[in-house]
Design a protein around this ligand. Structure first.
Ligand code: KIV
Length: 273
């Protein structure tokens, strides 16, 4: 891993708000380990999310529900070790904040104090406004998350687009306003109609970060393993793979196997005399 120079100016939450006002789009990507975080940081990604998607992507669960605060802490520490410039946002996992704002505040504090995160992300609208206000007052920057909030997948009856009817759309706009007023510095909009995301983006002073929310948001987020083409099976419509590393891995592993089986690896150049 490269040595970290102190000359780099880290991205801050106020930089992101300023980018919205300059109409400068940006990306957020997930990372769960130090090496990936290092590569994203080197590529100039301004925001890295240690998403609770780690439950599905890294741990093999079929939802984010089983993810614990210790899981997120573990991966956040790793990501911070690989990052020198990007703002690292740690996801608040299921049941780390739903029982009370006080519990949520303590969990958020742990993610900064023990995990090294710069900010936390929390799912929900009106229900988390108190937590957002208390956390920001305590110096913990909070990113909101509206629309298809995966921790509520059982309530939604599956991973479905949200905000399709007028009432649901109005609720998302009102929730986004309430989060911004409570002090959130940005809000993720997941799987909602593009028009609803456009309205939210126009009406709130903080950056909107879309995933399956169309082209009008201030920023876009994807799961890094989707971007790299590592994931397989039925993927959501919004996923775009920019590489096919799953095939690259298959090819490399098969080539290694063939060379070992054929006696070609290790060669003299890999062997100590
Ligand atoms: O957990 C996650 O990766 C997320 C993003 C997809 C927004 O919440």
């Amino acid at each position: 891993m490269s040595t970290h120079s102190s000359a780099v100016r880290p991205v801050t939450v106020t930089d992101l708000v300023a980018m919205k006002h300059r109409e400068q789009r940006f990306v957020m990507l997930t990372a769960y380990d130090a090496l990936t975080a290092e590569m994203l940081d080197e590529a100039g990604v301004p925001v890295i999310l240690v998403g609770d998607s780690l439950g599905m992507v890294v741990l093999g669960h079929d939802s984010t529900i089983p993810v614990t605060i210790d899981d997120v802490l573990h991966h956040t520490r790793a990501v911070r070790r690989g990052t020198r410039r990007a703002l690292v946002v740690a996801d608040m996992p299921f049941m780390s904040y739903q029982a009370s704002a006080s519990e949520g505040l303590r969990a958020a504090g742990r993610l900064l104090q023990e995990g090294g995160a710069h900010a936390v992300k929390v799912e929900g609208g009106a229900a988390v406004v108190d937590l957002v206000a208390r956390a920001t007052t305590a110096g913990i920057p909070v990113m909101g998350h509206l629309g298809l909030t995966p921790q509520s997948v059982n309530q939604f009856g599956g991973f479905r687009v949200q905000g399709r009817d007028d009432d649901a759309a109005a609720r998302i706009v009102a929730d986004a306003r309430a989060l911004a007023e409570a002090g959130a510095f940005a809000v993720v909009l997941e799987c909602i109609p593009a028009e609803v995301a456009r309205r939210v983006t126009q009406e709130v002073p903080i950056p909107t970060i879309g995933i399956g929310a169309g082209p009008s948001t201030d920023a876009q987020v994807l799961v890094i393993d989707d971007v790299l083409g590592r994931t397989a099976g039925r993927l959501p419509r919004f996923v775009k793979a920019y590489a096919d590393t799953r095939s690259t891995v298959h090819d490399a592993v098969k080539a290694f196997q063939a060379e070992v089986e054929g006696g070609d690896y290790p060669g003299p150049e890999h062997t100590y005399e």
